[in-house]
Design a protein around this ligand. Structure first.
Ligand code: NDP
Length: 447
């Protein structure tokens, strides 16, 4: 029996009770709209107000972070941690340090994280945090001062069985190291499992750094395979030049793809001969410089100032920078250049209208909450290694990562078919992730 549901009314009410939180509204709309077939199929979700409950965080923590720069000036930033849902395990999700961070951004990321983590099949709930601190141009000492002050407040709320942060934009191994050092000092205990993305010498997992980018390509390969295609010899545009972008490009190149673009927050490069990932690593990871430097190493490439609009023809697009980087205009550019697949490495990089246009044109679309789940999956493997006191080899972790990504793809694909939307991997992923969390919430009672 099909149940009558008014999804739009629920979404409007959620928007009204979270005014001005546009990114959060967007993430809620995307998920809730696509789970409508599930809500219509089983009465319990409506009866037990699951939509209202699942869109309200368990708690939102907001705090002051005061720190000193190298000249002795005192600065104040704002820190956040949103602990959204722990029905499946301890809250888990990264920390983002970027001037654009606000409560809406952290809530959207934490909300997405709940379903992403559910899809991995691992015992982790959803959370996210960060600060409007801008790490760009700061010395190591200033970064350390900020991280220590951030942890002076955050440590009260996290723990290996409670909430386990990791990295995200602006937070890599260096920042995790400073955060972990301060947590250890405050707790006077070595609780390795409290943070993931740690340095390999003190409890970090091999292949964590590569996991999101590699995982994205593993997922994309599966999606192409199901549709009789292959990544080999395909032309690929990548955006971003950070952790996810670098490793997505590296794996795509390793599998025989031709990667021709990358971007950062100031501009983008087009290298028709194919991006040299070693040069990118030297510029971005070692020297922490702008992408404009690439031209000095490869004069045949072109550097363009400004936002990358996806106007370079490619068969596969891998957006790996930030939310809403692909708007309707970018999607039109991609379609007019005959793109065959778009796979999200970043969280919510394609706007809702953009996704619709891609799907209306039968372009394969991999939603981030499924296709970029490799990072959190290896983070969960890091927690397991910390718990049992063992260290797995790079190859062992990579094999596990590949299996997890293949399983996530199979779940998204089979669920899309089960709900009458074959190849709609967005609906498949949303329904599968939502159902798992909602059923756990129901089984654990009205809380
Ligand atoms: P990084 O900080 O390592 O890299 C981000 C890249 O995107 C940088 O090249 C940065 O430019 C660029 N960028 C950031 N903000 C903007 C902006 N507003 N406009 C244009 N370019 C921008 O972050 P990650 O690679 O870790 O994260 C990238 C995306 O992937 C994010 O959406 C994140 O949430 C998502 N993600 C990350 C995971 C992980 O394991 N790290 C896991 C799952 C998802 P610049 O170099 O100039 O700073």
């Amino acid at each position: 029996m099909q149940i009558m549901v008014n999804i739009e009314k629920d979404i409007k009410e959620i928007e009204a009770s979270n005014p001005g939180e546009t990114e959060f509204h967007q993430a809620v709309r995307e998920v809730i709209t696509s789970v409508k077939p599930l809500i219509e199929r089983e009465e319990k979700y409506q009866k037990l107000s699951i939509i209202k409950r699942i869109t309200e965080p368990d708690r939102q923590i907001k705090f002051r972070v005061t720190w000193k720069d190298d000249k002795g000036n005192v600065h104040v930033n704002r820190g956040y941690r949103v602990q959204f849902n722990n029905s499946l395990g301890p809250y888990k999700g990264g920390l983002r340090f970027h001037p654009s961070v606000n409560i809406s951004v952290i809530k959207f990321l934490a909300f997405e994280q709940i379903f992403k983590n559910a899809l991995t099949g691992l015992p982790i709930g959803g959370g996210k945090g960060g600060s409007d601190f801008d790490p760009k141009g700061k010395s190591d000492n200033e970064i350390m001062n900020f991280c220590q002050s951030f942890m002076n407040e955050l440590y009260r709320y996290i723990g290996p069985n409670k909430d386990v942060p990791a990295g995200d934009i602006g937070v890599g191994e260096r920042e995790i190291g400073y955060l972990f050092g301060q947590y250890k000092r405050l707790r006077n205990a070595y609780e390795g499992g409290v943070l993931t993305g740690k340095g390999v010498s003190y409890g970090g997992s091999l292949a964590r750094k590569q996991a999101t980018g590699y995982g994205l390509v593993y997922f994309t390969e599966e999606m192409l395979k199901e549709n009789g295609l292959d990544i080999k010899n395909k032309t690929v545009c990548v955006s971003g030049a950070g952790n996810v972008a670098i490793h997505a490009a590296e794996k795509a190149i390793e599998l025989g793809a031709h990667v021709i673009t990358m971007s950062d927050s100031t501009g983008w490069i087009y290298d028709p001969q194919g991006i040299d990932i070693k040069i990118i690593k030297t510029i971005k990871e070692v020297n922490r410089l702008r992408l404009s430097e690439y031209h000095k190493y490869k004069p045949s490439s072109k550097y363009h100032e400004g936002k990358f609009m996806w106007s370079i023809p490619c068969e596969i697009a891998l957006p790996c920078a930030t939310q809403n980087e692909i708007n309707l205009e970018c999607v039109k550019n991609l379609i007019s250049n005959n793109v065959i697949a778009v796979a999200e490495g970043a969280n919510m990089p394609v706007s809702i209208e953009g996704i619709k246009l891609l799907q209306d044109n039968n372009i394969l679309f991999a939603p981030g909450k499924a296709s970029n789940a490799g990072g959190v999956s290896v983070s969960a493997l890091e927690m397991s290694q910390n718990n049992i006191g063992l260290k797995w080899s790079f190859e062992e972790v990579d094999i596990k990562l590949k299996k997890i990504m293949t399983d996530i793809f199979k779940t998204a694909s089979s669920t899309s078919k089960e709900y009458g939307k074959p190849s709609d991997y967005l609906s498949g992923a949303n329904i599968a992730g939502f159902k798992k969390v909602a059923d756990a919430m129901i089984n654990q009672g009205i809380l």
